[in-house]
Design a protein around this ligand. Structure first.
Ligand SMILES: Nc1ncnc2c1ncn2[C@@H]1O[C@H](COP(=O)(O)OP(=O)(O)O)[C@@H](O)[C@H]1O
Ligand SMILES: [Mg+2]
Length: 226
């Protein structure tokens, strides 16, 4: 049985993973601040929107639409019309949800059911997870959320502030179908950015760190170059 895939639209990435993310799937994009997680994730939403798909951007950061506009509108992939036409929608997780995490899942479900997206981004999961950890409900929440999103045949990208060493002990790490790690190690006194596919269920994928660049056109992977 061949697995259906959805292209990420990130130049160089789809070739590394046999054409795209399996449908449905949940992929964790881990990396330290500034490694390009938000750029990559939002770029995939605009790519989908261009093809008529609907994408949802979920965050605990306030005024997400404004933040995305402020920081990402310089990129050539940014398209205000996609937002105006509700091909890209924003769901802000308000602080009140952190006190009552029981209300969070119903809120996300309601929003997803209303807009029926093909792509969902949660950027970053880190503060949401910290609040859930406090109540001891993280595992149950993530399990229910990921299963729910799969019911919509979504590809979901969950970003997390994580380094390589933190992945084995992170709960998200084994609950997701794929893990992509972004990094910027120091090598010979220069920092270059890299992407590495650590896990992609049901997918023959290239291993090892690939050199990446963030340019005006967005995030791109120089596959095979180091
Ligand atoms: N127009 C641009 N051209 C080149 N690089 C950019 C541009 N805009 C942002 N960047 C790079 O991308 C980084 C931000 O990436 P971001 O996606 O916000 O990372 P993260 O979400 O992992 O913190 C910036 O620190 C900068 O290095
Ligand atoms: Mg970010």
């Amino acid at each position: 049985m061949t697995i259906m895939r959805r292209e990420t639209g990130i130049v160089g990435l789809d070739k590394l993973i046999s054409g795209g993310f399996p449908v449905p799937s949940t992929v964790l994009i881990g990396g330290e601040p500034g490694t390009g997680k938000t750029t990559l994730a939002v770029q995939t939403l605009f790519y989908g929107a261009k093809k008529g798909e609907v994408g949802i951007y979920i965050t605990a950061i306030s005024e997400p639409r404004w933040v995305v506009q402020k920081f990402l509108s310089e990129f050539t992939f940014y398209d205000e019309a996609a937002i105006d036409k509700e091909k890209i929608l924003f769901l802000e997780i308000r602080k009140s949800f952190f006190e009552e995490p029981g209300k969070l899942l119903p809120r996300i479900k309601q929003f997803v059911e209303r807009y029926e997206p093909q792509r969902v981004v949660i950027d970053p999961i880190t503060p949401i997870k910290a609040a859930l950890d406090e109540k001891g409900v993280t595992r149950e929440f993530l399990h229910d959320l990921f299963e729910f999103l799969k019911g919509f045949n979504c590809i979901s990208i969950i970003t997390a502030e994580l380094s390589y060493n933190e992945i084995p002990k992170s709960l998200e790490g084994y609950m997701v179908d794929g893990i992509i790690l972004l990094s910027y190690p120091e090598e010979k006194a220069v920092r270059r950015k890299f992407l590495e596919v650590l896990k992609m269920r049901g997918t023959k994928h290239v291993t090892g760190k690939q050199l990446v660049d963030i340019t005006n056109e967005g995030f791109l992977v120089h596959a095979g170059l180091r």
